[in-house]
Design a protein. Structure first.
Length: 453
């Protein structure tokens, strides 16, 4: 069924006196509301609490905020109470403090204390993603006792794929997959199933580090402990995917030469969009002005050999392109955990070789272009061989320099605690443009001295 047909069916249902949305999946309703947020109030009012909560989870943050402000207090209370801890924390962390204070009053005392404690963790920490609902057992339990506990508590727990084994001090000592529990004899002791090879996150770990751990170990859920290995909660893959999506979006926007947007593009106010884009454009413009400054130092060379000016766009664009390629590859590799700052020498060695090979390829093409064209037209004059060598050697040097700048700058920024994405492709291109001119005219001065210069 096409998206348009699905939207028409939902719109038709909205016209009914008592709309019934049981025939639609939660994701279908969420997709519809993200496109038509004006209907959010009416649809959520006519959904069962658990379906309303699931739908709310998939809505854009701006729509979630508007609903919190427009729905009746009783309905908001029902929604907040039925949310899982991690989803509730994600929503409340984006709301103003006065709204948070009002909403937590709707929660039972125990939930209120737990929610406020989660909000107390650093913004980008695992603690903000943590869900304190899980099933723990002791090592002396039998498989049957563990299954009985799952049947008793499982309906209210978001994820029961793993059971967590704790000791008398509430310290995590192992975890067991539900599948393992189902295939053993009911009388089997949990202690006989333990291998103590569990993986856990620390509550203060960075969310980016958690994402890498999930990816490397192919896990859908991981336990969270404190510095004393006390089990505090779990983090599930859906929260990690949400964080990863936000991080990827932010990095891509920064690589493109703009500040990261706080809302989806279509939901961002026009003035806010200008504010996000203008600073980088101004910085890059001021950087490009250095290109004109650099050219002024070589005014005599240009006046003596005007032909050199023809190749300036070719030179600086090639260096900028190679730098942009390198920075994009390195930033993505760092995001995936493939390289760290300790790999800087290996990266530099690879980029030196890559820059030399790629630069030589472009240099040969540039040289041949000038030589071949000179056999057709005298535009390059009698010293066309020297001009071709100047362009060819310069291209090799500029592409090599661009590759080094684009690869090393993200690693340097990471080392000093800055965001590697800030070394965006436009920024690297601007840097290489200025230095490329210097390389170009330095090579020209050496090769053309006594002839054109």
């Amino acid at each position: 069924m096409s998206i348009e047909t699905q939207q028409d069916l939902i719109l038709a249902t909205l016209q009914e006196e008592k709309p019934n949305f049981s025939g639609f999946r939660t994701t279908e309703l969420a997709d519809f509301l993200n496109d038509f947020p004006d209907y959010s109030y009416k649809i959520l009012e006519n959904l069962e609490p658990h379906r309303a909560v699931k739908t709310l989870k998939f809505l854009d943050l701006k729509i979630q905020k508007n609903l919190i402000h427009t729905l009746p207090s009783e309905r908001v209370a029902t929604l907040v109470q039925n949310m899982h801890f991690d989803d509730r924390t994600a929503l409340l962390s984006e709301l103003p403090s006065e709204v948070v204070k009002k909403l937590v009053q709707f929660l039972p005392y125990e939930d209120r204390v737990e929610t406020l404690s989660l909000l107390g963790y650093p913004e980008d920490s695992v603690g903000r993603l943590m869900n304190p609902d899980y099933i723990e057992v002791k090592s002396f339990f039998t498989a049957q006792q563990a299954l009985d506990k799952i049947r008793k508590l499982g309906r209210s727990i978001e994820n029961i794929n793993f059971l967590y084994i704790i000791d008398e001090q509430e310290k995590l000592i192992d975890d067991i997959n539900l599948k393992e529990l189902l295939i053993v004899s009911p009388e089997t002791l949990i202690s006989d199933m333990m291998d103590k090879k569990y993986i856990a996150l620390n509550v203060t770990d960075n969310q980016e580090a958690a994402t890498l751990l999930f990816r490397k170990n192919n896990r859908a859920v991981l336990p969270v402990v404190d510095d004393n290995n006390i089990l505090l909660g779990i983090v599930t893959i859906d929260d990690i995917l949400r964080v990863q999506s936000e991080e990827d979006t932010e990095d891509i926007q920064k690589i493109g030469g703009t500040e990261a947007l706080d809302e989806p593009y279509m939901n961002t106010e026009f003035l806010e969009l200008i504010k996000k884009r203008a600073p980088w454009l101004v910085i890059l413009f001021l950087g490009e002005m250095l290109t004109a400054t650099a050219m002024s130092f070589f005014e005599d060379e240009i006046s003596k050999a005007v032909i050199l000016a023809l190749f300036i766009p070719l030179i600086i664009s090639s260096g900028g392109n190679s730098g942009s390629q390198a920075s994009t590859l390195i930033i993505r590799a760092m995001a995936l955990g493939e390289i760290t700052f300790t790999d800087w020498w290996r990266v530099m060695r690879r980029e030196i070789l890559s820059g030399l090979v790629l630069g030589s390829m472009l240099g040969v093409i540039g040289f041949l272009r000038i030589v071949i064209w000179s056999s057709i037209s005298p535009v390059y004059g009698e010293h066309y061989i020297l001009i071709g060598l100047t362009v060819g050697i310069t291209l090799t040097g500029v592409v090599l320099w661009g590759s080094l700048c684009g690869s090393m700058l993200p690693l340097f920024l990471k080392r000093i605690g800055a965001d590697p994405a800030a070394s965006s492709a436009p920024f690297v291109a601007t840097l290489v443009d200025v230095t490329g001119l210097i390389i170009y005219f330095a090579v020209a001065s050496l090769l053309l001295s006594g002839t054109l210069l």
